[in-house]
Design a binder for this molecule. Structure first.
Ligand SMILES: O=C(O)c1ccccc1NCC(=O)[C@H](O)[C@H](O)COP(=O)(O)O
Length: 321
């Protein structure tokens, strides 16, 4: 897996490393990539340092002599490369380089400033109208909030629940010609894979929230919930089932179960721990679950729907230590 420093988020939204051993698929890939009009370099890359030195290069895809594909895309993987991955069942070793700490449901520019100062690297803009954290995508204040988050170097994750692809697209680009309000689409409802595929056409990476029971689970239960989404190329956010409100429930998952599943996952898929985290339990949650990435909404609020700066600060400090 290649992880870039978070200092250049506007250059690299994510990097993916794929490994394969059968050289016959190599030709297929080159064809797929060039058909997709992506620029291709056959220079090798064997270390993080080499990959990092390519930061300013203009090659979104790099196939190394060791048969690794590195993709440095601004948006999702090119369609034909995705097809390639599925056709040959290539295990994805790294996936969306998303974020380490996301503070979800921000509403104010001062929330953004606080997240940035605390060391968080992503904010969630909640576009689910029934949420207490909802922000109207068509309002000027939301547009300004989004621009401020982008200028602050934070990833902007748009949270949706059961919205159609058309509605999501409209929310992301409320006026024609306006830049996207967000960088990543978080699907937090009961969307099917087929519906998510339609959302893909928008051209932004998708993060799939998987709502799990709060009680202990066996590997099979978690695996059945997450695997179809991981196989489809999405990063997953593991959240406690919040019932009709979908998210922001403040309920915790059984972290030991999550760890057992994660350790059994040979693909080492990208996943984010969410659900009931707060400044006092986040380091324990990370220790028990093995999470490398965390997300929080209600746990950094004193008044429901209103962020507490002391809590954001304490949360980030505990999560990043
Ligand atoms: O936060 C909400 O109100 C919400 C409503 C509907 C769908 C998703 C929502 N939040 C998405 C998130 O990513 C939350 O951070 C996640 O559900 C965890 O919430 P919490 O348990 O409050 O930390």
């Amino acid at each position: 897996m290649v992880d870039f420093p978070h200092t250049t988020p506007s250059v690299y939204r994510f990097a993916i490393t794929l490994k394969f051993t059968d050289y016959s698929v190599y030709g297929y890939l080159i064809q797929a990539v060039s058909e997709d009009q992506s620029r291709l370099s056959r220079k090798g890359s064997e270390s993080k340092q080499v990959a990092a030195s390519l930061r300013d290069a203009k090659f979104p895809i790099l196939v190394s002599p060791r048969c690794e594909i590195l993709y440095f895309g601004e948006t999702r993987l090119p369609v034909l490369v995705r097809k390639f991955i599925h056709t040959f069942s290539i295990p994805i070793e790294g996936s969306l380089t998303v974020f380490r700490v996301k503070i979800c449901g921000i509403k104010l520019k001062s929330d953004v400033d606080c997240v940035r100062a605390a060391g968080g690297d992503a904010v969630g803009l909640n576009f689910f109208s029934k949420s207490v954290r909802y922000v109207d995508p068509e309002s000027v204040s939301t547009m300004e909030l989004s621009i401020h988050a982008q200028n602050s170097g934070l990833k902007r994750v748009g949270v949706f629940a059961n919205a159609s692809a058309e509605a999501i697209e409209k929310a992301i680009r409320p006026t024609s010609g306006h830049p996207n309000l967000i960088d990543i689409i978080q699907l937090h409802g009961d969307e099917t894979l087929a519906e998510a595929r339609q959302v893909e056409s928008i051209g932004l990476p998708i993060l799939r929230a998987i709502k799990l029971p709060t009680s202990p689970m066996d590997i099979g239960k978690i695996e059945r919930s997450v695997r179809p989404w991981i196989d489809a190329g999405y990063a997953v956010l593991l959240d406690a089932d919040g019932g009709a409100m979908h998210g922001g429930s403040g309920k915790t998952l059984d972290w030991a179960s999550i760890r057992t599943w994660a350790e059994s996952d040979q693909q080492r898929s990208t996943w984010i721990l969410a659900g009931g985290l707060h400044p006092e339990n986040v380091s324990e949650a990370i220790r028990l679950s093995g999470a490398a990435r965390v997300d929080v909404a209600s746990g950094v609020e004193e008044i429901r729907g209103q962020k507490s700066y002391a809590k954001i600060q304490a949360f980030c400090q505990a999560a990043l230590k």
